[in-house]
Design a protein around this ligand. Structure first.
Ligand SMILES: Cc1cc2nc3c(=O)[nH]c(=O)nc-3n(C[C@H](O)[C@H](O)[C@H](O)COP(=O)(O)OP(=O)(O)OC[C@H]3O[C@@H](n4cnc5c(N)ncnc54)[C@H](O)[C@@H]3O)c2cc1C
Length: 62
């Protein structure tokens, strides 16, 4: 199969670009090294996210 565009990585930058290109009628190939996440893999609970250590690291461990 032939494509018009090949995008390496499907992150926050490439995702919207790929979406717009597809809407414009281009055939887009995305090569992503990470997992193939589904809608169920994400959640929108901001309180729970803020409780994660990623956002509230224990400064005494730095
Ligand atoms: C914990 C955390 C929270 C954040 N919260 C916010 C927020 O609330 N608001 C906000 O605006 N920004 C936030 N950011 C920043 C935001 O995530 C980044 O600015 C944005 O993701 C950068 O986009 P990008 O497309 O450059 O890279 P990325 O989104 O990192 O995408 C790069 C993609 O390329 C893939 N890739 C890399 N190498 C290869 C390869 N060799 N072959 C194939 N695929 C490859 C990666 O797997 C990845 O999917 C947060 C970042 C982190 C880490």
């Amino acid at each position: 199969m032939k494509y018009d565009v090949c995008i390496i990585g499907s992150g926050a930058g490439a995702g919207p670009i790929a979406y717009e290109l597809c809407l414009a009628g281009y055939k887009v190939l995305i090569l992503e090294k990470g997992g193939f996440y589904q809608k169920e893999d994400f959640f929108k609970d901001e309180v729970a996210v803020c409780r994660r250590s990623t956002f509230t690291p224990r400064l005494d461990l730095e």
